[in-house]
Design a protein around this ligand. Structure first.
Ligand code: AR6
Length: 175
């Protein structure tokens, strides 16, 4: 894996709904009609227009991604993806990687230069944080080499423990 795009990755702690980026990623469920966690926060901040647009999308399969407007968010777009519910199966890492691949592919296709991800599947869906962090960062680095449009990828982490896992992993990679 090439580390040449590590300088495009930023690790931050806080609320993804407050970011002024071209797109924020939502860790949604298959219905795309809202839920708890980051999904609930994004729908709350975007306003009811977001669920109206989502209703027309007919849901989203696990590992896939779909884009909507950002409405009352500072972000212009929301890219909704559905992470795997962690089960310990060998498919889990592949499915989680596909979430990052599909979101970044949508970004590249839609001229999205700045994008922010939450820790997909790391809340209700129970993915072990260190494993999910490694998949998020490595998949993003692989994709960035094929997605020249994307200038910055922010990993926006909500909890102290998730933030320190990402920071420590990135620092190890930079050594
Ligand atoms: N900004 C950034 N990260 C956040 C925020 C926020 N405002 N709020 C929570 N997180 P989760 P999942 C973090 O459970 O595991 C929903 O109900 C949180 O600390 O939101 O993919 C959906 O509708 C955690 O690290 O998503 C689905 O049913 C991370 O976001 C289901 O949960 C993801 O936690 C998806 O579960």
């Amino acid at each position: 894996m090439s580390k040449s795009n590590l300088n495009k990755i930023v690790i931050q702690k806080g609320d993804i709904t407050q970011l002024s980026v071209d797109a924020i990623v939502n860790a949604a469920n298959n219905s795309l009609l809202g839920g708890g966690g980051v999904d609930g926060a994004i729908h709350m901040a975007a306003g009811p227009e977001l669920v109206e647009e989502c209703k027309a999308l007919n849901g989203c399969k696990t590992g896939e991604a779909k884009m909507t407007g950002g409405y009352r968010l500072k972000a212009r777009h929301v890219i909704h993806t559905v992470g795997p519910i962690y089960s310990g199966s060998p498919d889990d890492p592949k499915t989680l990687a596909r979430c990052y691949q599909n979101c970044l592919q949508i970004a590249q296709t839609n001229d999205i230069k700045t994008i922010a991800f939450p820790a997909i599947s790391c809340g209700v869906y129970g993915y072990p944080l260190s494993d999910a962090c490694k998949i998020a960062v490595e998949t993003t680095l692989e994709m960035l080499s094929q997605c020249p449009i994307i200038e910055q990828v922010i990993f926006m982490l909500f909890s102290d423990d998730t933030y320190s896992i990402y920071i420590n992993y990135i620092n190890t990679m930079k050594q």
